[in-house]
Design a protein around this ligand. Structure first.
Ligand code: PXP
Length: 242
């Protein structure tokens, strides 16, 4: 299993003080440094979500990371014309198409690929034509997995948020849903990734899901990094993944 570190919340911390002034000589923390430290600690990718409202990661951040950090870049994006254009200019290794709603605190629920095929078809085709691998951030649901496959996505990222928020039997049921989704997606030839709400505790259960290739983890790693430093936080997660 590979780890993509989502560094959005490094930018959240910077925006808390330097919104509108990220190039100030004293602006911190530096998201490029966060990407480099994560990579040196063993992460195989860096994940950033350029939201329509630019609440954390900014346009300049993604281009700087692309230019200066030689690791796989996974660009999370809503399917809006503005962000699609940026992705095509940025040329990340991968895009993960996510639902976006300005009122949400974080990405709530998966993308309704089955219900939005028409709107997604040309975006997937344009990314594929540009050599950018496409992932769909979806619930572990057969209809969503099938639709992602039919649209030409190479990967799905199964949303683990409901699993992370559940406890006891309910969590086992959610885990079963993720397992079944992973088996079905793999049977269609899709790469299976997972993300959202994965932490240092529930990783033990996530590890039991078959066929997982990449986990994208942000909040828990950045939280731990506040106390241990980012290098140690990334290394500890990788050790638990293994
Ligand atoms: N994957 C996707 C598609 C996401 O939208 C997010 C949250 O931005 C994550 C992974 C990371 O989730 P978390 O911050 O809860 O680890």
């Amino acid at each position: 299993m590979e780890l993509g570190v989502n560094i959005d919340h490094v930018a959240t911390l910077r925006q808390a003080r330097y919104v509108g002034n990220i190039d100030a000589h004293n602006a911190e923390p530096d998201v490029v440094a966060a990407a480099q430290i994560s990579m040196n600690a063993g992460a195989t990718g860096i994940t950033v979500h350029l939201r329509g409202d630019r609440r954390h990661i900014q346009d300049a951040d993604v281009f700087r990371i692309r230019e200066r950090v030689k690791t796989k870049l996974n660009f999370e994006m809503g399917n809006s014309p503005e962000i699609v254009d940026i992705a095509l200019r940025l040329k990340p290794d991968e895009v993960c198409i996510v639902p976006e709603n300005r009122q949400e605190v974080t990405t709530d629920g998966g993308l309704d690929v089955a219900g939005q095929c028409d709107a997604l078809r040309s975006t997937v085709a344009r990314m594929n034509a540009a050599g950018i691998r496409v992932s769909m951030f979806i619930e572990p649901d057969d209809a969503q997995i099938t639709a992602s496959h039919l649209l030409g996505a190479a990967m799905v990222e199964l949303h683990t948020g409901a699993f992370a928020n559940a406890e006891g039997d309910a969590q086992q049921r959610e885990l079963e849903r993720i397992r079944n989704g992973a088996l079905f997606a793999h049977s269609l030839g899709l790469q299976v990734n997972a993300g959202h709400g994965i932490n240092y505790t529930n990783i033990a259960l996530i590890r039991t899901v078959p066929h997982l290739v990449e986990l994208n983890i942000g909040h828990s790693i950045i939280c731990r990094a506040v106390f241990t430093g980012l290098d140690a936080a990334v290394r500890e997660m990788i050790a638990l993944m293994r």
